[in-house]
Ligand binder design. Structure first.
Ligand SMILES: Nc1ncnc2c1ncn2[C@@H]1O[C@H](COP(=O)(O)OP(=O)(O)O)[C@@H](O)[C@H]1O
Ligand SMILES: [Mg+2]
Length: 471
């Protein structure tokens, strides 16, 4: 059937297109006429400048979107700066193109915007997801180079590859071994409480040796440089995932880049998931605190606890991804030295911080006590309890608890006691009870209903008895 309204609309559209086309033809005709009327010199200049700008834009597009990682690979790896770098075990992954960068990481041109210097990719042929990290921003790396030049009494911009061995800090390493005093001087959190045994462990697990069964000068420089810039690369090796430590697998280093397993999505992405999923993650987080505290005769204390420094993979496994600020304490060294009150359990203080997220860390107390509740404090204070206040985040990862979590499992009070204990050794007791509660809540167990049933049964029995007695 003929629809007059639709016909009128179609006519109107056709008219608009027709008039647009004729206007375009007029404009084109005018421009062509203008060009034709131009003097020939102006014409040449016009066509030349058009060609130059076309070439310029083509070059710009090529430069921006070139996807061949080799072209700017050197600016990522900076292998020319070695041994002022982390190592060389993963260089073949880059040079034989076994790492296929993804997203923005494909284009080295965008590196200037990637201030964190973190790139994502896939390892061929097995398709494993990996992260390539430089462990510092470009300005931090530059600052360290300048500090090292100065330490060697050279001008800024010196040839760092040659100069690192001549720095005051590295001079004792020419003939001598790595020792606690030198590692402490690097300022790395990892070596805040250094011990010979920790340095031994780093050396034993180090994967970047140039030659097997022989420590070369450049190996010591790699360890020193890593400690100076970011000891994460040393921690990943010394406390490997393969032995059950909750860190990403270390796959190797090349120059100033390290390759690690991609541990999944950030904890921050899970704050709005259902309560039982968050309960499961919270359980894992407390288990991580427990593992880092009790797994070995080295205690690893977390000091930078935030939603951006933990990742959760597709199977729900939680991993610590930022290891820069972990303090390692050698329990056997404390037992041997027996500093004052070494055997008294250390209880971390609560810090209000004016409603912001913060953590009070007593580094020196951690170095001198065999036991501390610091890791439980860090997880409860900065992630799980209502005190965990981060930008654009709800108050605490376990926000909006269901009734049974509050009433039956007493979760709110347990988190409060874990973050801000009222009784002596309250944090240890609270974390044990929290683990039991979270395990039940994550599995959606229904103990709380049994209690309600018992209560109901008791009540109906009571009514029945009353009725019988009343009769
Ligand atoms: N192993 C990893 N798996 C997944 N993402 C990672 C991994 N390492 C780093 N990232 C990502 O890079 C970001 C910065 O890394 P991080 O080590 O925390 O550096 P920074 O010291 O700059 O905070 C993290 O917040 C995370 O988004
Ligand atoms: Mg971080």
């Amino acid at each position: 059937m003929n629809n007059p309204v639709r016909n009128r609309r179609t006519d109107h559209v056709n008219d608009t297109v027709r008039s647009g086309m004729s206007r375009l033809e007029n404009v084109m005709g005018d421009s062509m006429l203008k060009i034709r009327l131009m003097p020939s010199k102006v014409k040449i200049i016009f066509f030349l400048s058009a060609a130059v700008s076309l070439l310029f834009y083509m070059y710009l597009a090529h430069w921006l979107f070139q996807s061949d990682p080799e072209i700017h690979l050197e600016s990522l790896l900076e292998t020319d700066k070695c041994p002022a770098c982390y190592g060389g075990s993963a260089c073949s992954m880059f040079y034989y193109k076994q790492i296929e960068f993804s997203g923005m990481s494909k284009f080295r041109t965008f590196d200037v915007m990637n201030t964190k210097n973190v790139h994502y990719g896939t390892l061929k042929p097995d398709g494993r997801q990996v992260v390539v990290k430089k462990l510092a921003s470009d300005s931090e790396l530059k600052k360290m180079d300048e500090r090292l030049c100065k330490d060697a009494k050279r001008e800024p911009g010196c040839d760092i590859a040659r100069v690192i061995t001549r720095t005051d800090m590295a001079l004792p390493l020419r003939d001598g071994p790595l020792v606690p005093e030198i590692m402490k001087k690097t300022g790395a959190f990892m070596f805040y409480c250094p011990s010979y045994r920790l340095i031994d462990r780093v050396s034993t697990y180090f994967k970047e040796y140039k030659k097997k069964d022989q420590t070369m000068g450049s190996d010591k420089m790699h360890v020193l440089y890593s400690a100076l810039v970011n000891p994460e690369v040393l921690l990943l090796q010394a406390f490997p995932k393969s032995e059950g430590w909750p860190f990403p697998e270390y796959l190797g280093s090349c120059g100033r880049a390290v390759v690690v397993e991609n541990a999944g999505r950030l904890l921050a992405d899970f704050v709005d998931t259902s309560f039982h999923i968050r309960a499961g993650i919270a359980y894992e987080l407390l288990k991580i605190a427990e593992k880092l505290t009790t797994k070995s005769d080295f205690v690893l204390y977390l000091t930078d606890v935030s939603y951006e420094n933990f990742a959760v993979d597709s199977s729900g496994k939680v991993t610590v991804i930022d290891l820069e600020n972990i303090i390692v304490v050698d329990k056997l060294a404390i037992q041997a030295r027996k500093p004052k009150d070494w055997n008294e359990p250390h209880e971390g203080m609560f810090s209000e911080c004016g409603g912001k997220n913060c953590l009070h860390i007593e580094n020196d107390n951690l170095c001198t006590h065999l036991n501390s509740d610091h890791n439980y404090n860090a997880i409860c204070r900065n992630l799980l309890s209502k005190y965990a206040v981060e930008d654009r985040m709800p108050q605490g990862f376990l926000h909006d608890m269901p009734v049974e979590a509050e009433d039956y499992w007493d979760l709110g009070n347990l988190l409060e006691e874990c973050a801000r204990p009222r009784q002596k050794e309250g944090r240890w007791k609270a974390k044990d009870k929290l683990l039991v509660a979270l395990e039940a809540l994550k599995d959606g167990r229904r103990e709380h209903l049994d209690v309600l049933h018992d209560k109901e049964k008791k009540e109906s029995k009571h009514v029945l008895e009353k009725e019988v007695i009343g009769d």
